[in-house]
Design a protein around this ligand. Sequence first.
Ligand code: SF4
Length: 444
Amino acid sequence: MALKALDIYKLLPKKNCKECGDPTCLTFAMKLAGGKADVELCPYLDEAAKSVLGATTRPPIRLVRLGIGERSFAIGEEVVLYRHEKTFYHQPGILFKIADTISPDEISAITTRVRDEFFTRVGADLRFNGIAIENASGSVDQFARAVEMVEKVADLPLVLMSADPTAMAAALTHCGTYRPLIHTATSENRKEFCTLAKQHGCPLVVRAKTIDELAQLTRDCTADGVQDLLLDLSPESLEAFIVRSTAVRQLAITRAAPDLGYPVFLDAAVMDLQDAGIVMGIAKYASVIVTSPLSPVASKTALTLRQNIYTDPQKPIQMNPGLYRVGNPGKDAPVLMTVNFSLTFFTLQGYLESTRLPCFMLIVDTEGLSVLTAVAAGKLSEMLVKDSIKKFAVEDEVSHRKLIIPGYASPLSGRIEEATGWKVMVGPRDAAEIGEYLHEEWKK
Ligand code: SF4
């Protein structure tokens, strides 16, 4: 059972010396309780206290990093079963799987695509994370050559997929220092794979048919000195994956089975319904998902879903307040005021772009709340609009004094007019109608 912050605090030396990086022992205890600090940071803890605290306060799911450099990514360190209880912290890496039997040109094209392709949504660049190379040929040399080819094209996180320790050793000579994920150790080849993982400092996937066997395997691997592990649940169906992944997550975060406290690996490419596998992997706790290269539509769907599931439900996605330009607006361009809830911003911006009428967007700081919520909560006020006009020097940008406000902010129109001295025009409630509105109202 996890200790509560107060119980942890009782075990701390209470010097309030800040050497752990926290201002007080109490804040350190709170971090420990949330699995967000390491007991080793306090130099005054004796070994007995460390062993009590270490067992109960380390993150219930181990943090593991794949790859090195700019595109490397961390997974694990999750603390809840349901997103709304807190948040999910580390989004799953999604990697395109290629067989070592495909042509060098195809290997190069897929790797280049993962290296370069991205699309921007609500201000974030969304991309796939790397390449998984499968030793489908069974040939040691062919596997190593395919890995070498990928390495030549891009520095991306890799998953090396082979059950043959000799093939794995050959592939690791090309990328072993870049922390590729080794897939996969079973009870048969565990010794050899642990040796390779230790030798190259790489994370290792372990695979077994039952949860008990998986727990035994992770115990054996940690005894062999490999700590950075992932779990392949060997699901024979989508349903089996959901059942096992949920059980593993539950047992891990409640610390009922610490040997299962590792991120989950999913090979969606071997599932009958790959797209459904990806969706379930994202929603149900997979931390590394391997898939065949996806179509543009499926790519956007997967990346959008991942972004949505892994945003913090307690923090609306926000834009920086400011004056934004759409096109190249001149002194007579309209000024449209709205809130800094990013979905509002990007929706309105998209519709404004399609009108082809250059304009300014004055984005005011409502702490990420939507228009309706901000008005109801008193976060959108005439003084905020007045201060924003001044702060972002809107009067220097345009020669007129007309401000278009969102339809849902109409109850504030009189007060905004009074406070700012600007003529307020109430725009539509639905951003989709902004083009028609500007066409009919702006040039009057
Ligand atoms: Fe307290 Fe230890 Fe942190 Fe010092 S280092 S403030 S004693 S928890």
